[in-house]
Design a protein around this ligand. Structure first.
Ligand code: MG
Length: 163
């Protein structure tokens, strides 16, 4: 008998700028034009979407509530560390993470060579097996902000089960 399940949805976008690293899913990528994601933390758009999905599943708000951008403590923060904090919160509330699915929307660079490493890093941080962490990537067919390479966005869903 199912004791309880929750679903959560997360979305994030960061602007592409010069002079910043391009970190997605904890992996440092090389952009052909040396662009990276702007933000207060390391601006890891995928990890942020996953965190918001986890918080959303329990209606706990969003990452801005827990790691406010005006707090200097989180400047340049490693988003995988922030993810581990969110996972601890979810577990402390009495929930297990069943699986995660996500998608990165980016024209360039090619995500495919890095997807396995992203899955590995996220699954390790969460403490679930890699086959429970889906990371996909798509271009936006040159449409919209992602298509014009103004930014990179990410969507994530998670499923939780009561312990
Ligand atoms: Mg963000």
């Amino acid at each position: 008998m199912c004791k309880g399940m929750r679903i959560g949805n997360g979305y994030d976008m960061h602007r592409l700028v010069r002079g910043r690293p391009l970190i997605i899913g904890g992996v440092n990528l090389n952009h052909p034009d040396e662009l990276g994601l702007d933000g207060h933390s390391d601006a890891d758009v995928l990890t942020h979407a996953v965190m918001d999905a986890l918080l959303g599943a329990l209606a706990l708000g969003d990452i801005g509530k827990y790691f406010p951008p005006e707090d200097l403590k989180w400047k340049g923060a490693d988003s995988l560390f922030l993810l581990s904090e969110v996972v601890r919160l979810v577990e402390d509330k009495g929930w297990n993470i069943v699986n995660i699915d996500s998608v990165i929307v980016a024209e360039r660079p090619k995500m495919k060579p890095h997807i396995e490493k992203m899955r590995e890093k996220i699954s390790r941080e969460i403490g679930i097996s890699i086959d429970r962490v889906g990371v996909k990537a798509t271009t936006n067919e040159r449409l919209g902000a992602e298509g014009r390479e103004e930014g990179i966005s990410s969507h994530a869903v998670v499923l939780l089960e009561a312990k």
